[in-house]
Design a protein around this ligand. Structure first.
Ligand code: F0G
Length: 351
């Protein structure tokens, strides 16, 4: 029986036999072959790593099972994070499972409603702030220096350890690493974790190569592309509305070592590819996730990808978390029908 990613990849993770594992059976999000995208981008074998299928709907659960397990076994009573929404939802769920208190600092009005609803349901203490994610993270760091509360942002090393298992799963599914990995970049923890995972798996002889990492940031929140901090990051992809990534340096190293690159994608393009992905592949991912698909098309059009390659796009979060964005995208509800004749009239117009 599958018991979550710590149990499954135990020998690759810093976990002791006596430790109690806090798990919600995260992980094992199987690669989905993007057969319809492949028709649009001939010459490529394309797979989607839909991590929105995790228990709280995002890849954060991979890191959170490790971070909360470690905090619990260290007898920590509470966990804390700054978040654009997904980290806090995940933290709140794992803290609930562990019977621990959780605190989250969020930029007021700037996190998707579904993510906030999760935190409310799981019972986190919500601290809205006027500042953005970067300012929230600074406050959390300062608070944790003086109080016995465990920080579970991705600068917590156990987060990265848990998240590297996504790379293991990809290699297990493909029986090797892909040639390219397309990945959204916000605070840059995930790209750091993937790179560690791919390198470790290769060093253990479980794969023969590492992929080139192609990271993507939103145009209005692209510090790594611009080469400097962004004081007021803005993007419709609120999950990656970050101007000063904590793991910037690690991400730069990963990009360099993998012969990858980081590029910016504008908001309209992100939303366009969110709809394309949902309407052609049947996968509803949140905007920040879809930047990896938008990025793949961008890289293909600019001839940055060699033909006959295997590409994996990482879809980090579930579209249901941010349903507002779709409902506001120009959709109009047809008039309500009062009888069969009216129903039939509409159906016949659609045939
Ligand atoms: N995609 C989604 C859906 C995210 O929620 C995040 C980060 C990222 C991509 C970027 O990952 O930060 O490791 O580079 N969300 C964080 C949060 C910041 O608070 O939920 P990263």
């Amino acid at each position: 029986m599958y018991k979550g990613l710590i149990d499954h990849y135990r020998s690759y993770l810093p976990i002791e036999d006596h430790e109690t594992i806090i798990s919600l059976c995260e992980g094992q999000t199987k690669l989905i072959r993007a057969t319809n995208l492949e028709k649009m981008l001939p010459g490529l074998e394309i797979y989607l790593k839909f991590d929105g299928l995790n228990p709280t709907g995002s890849f954060k659960d991979r890191g959170m099972t490790m971070a909360v397990t470690k905090a619990f076994n260290a007898n920590s009573k509470a966990v804390i994070c700054a978040s654009t929404g997904n980290t806090s939802a995940s933290m709140a769920a794992y803290a609930a499972k562990a019977g621990m208190k959780s605190f989250m600092l969020i930029p007021d009005g700037k996190i998707a409603l579904g993510k906030l609803a999760q935190a409310v349901a799981y019972g986190a203490e919500i601290v809205p702030i006027t500042g953005n994610f970067d300012e929230g993270l600074d406050m959390v760091k300062t608070f944790c220096e003086n109080h016995p509360v465990t920080m579970v942002n991705s600068i917590n090393p156990f987060r990265i350890e848990g998240q590297k298992t996504a790379a293991f799963e990809i290699c297990d599914d493909l029986e090797d690493a892909p040639d390219y990995l397309m990945i959204p970049v916000g605070n840059a923890g995930n790209i750091t974790a993937y790179w560690r995972g791919f390198k470790e798996y290769k060093s253990f002889g479980k794969s023969t190569q590492c992929p080139a990492l192609f990271g993507f940031q939103a145009e209005g929140a692209a510090p790594m592309v611009k080469g400097h901090k962004i004081d007021k990051p803005e993007t419709v992809a609120t999950a990656i509305r970050i101007g000063n990534p904590a793991s910037w340096q690690f991400a730069e190293e990963a990009l360099k070592e993998s012969s990858g690159r980081v590029q910016a994608i504008d908001d309209d393009t992100i939303l366009k590819y969110q709809c394309l992905l949902a309407s052609t592949e049947g996968i509803f991912a949140e905007p920040a996730s879809c930047i990896s698909v938008a990025g793949l098309f961008h890289a293909y059009e600019n001839k940055q990808i060699e033909m006959n390659s295997r590409v994996v796009c990482v879809l980090t979060g579930n579209g249901l978390k941010d349903s507002d964005i779709i409902m506001k995208s120009g959709f109009e509800m047809p008039s309500v029908k009062e009888n069969f004749a009216e129903v039939q009239a509409q159906l016949l117009r659609g045939i």
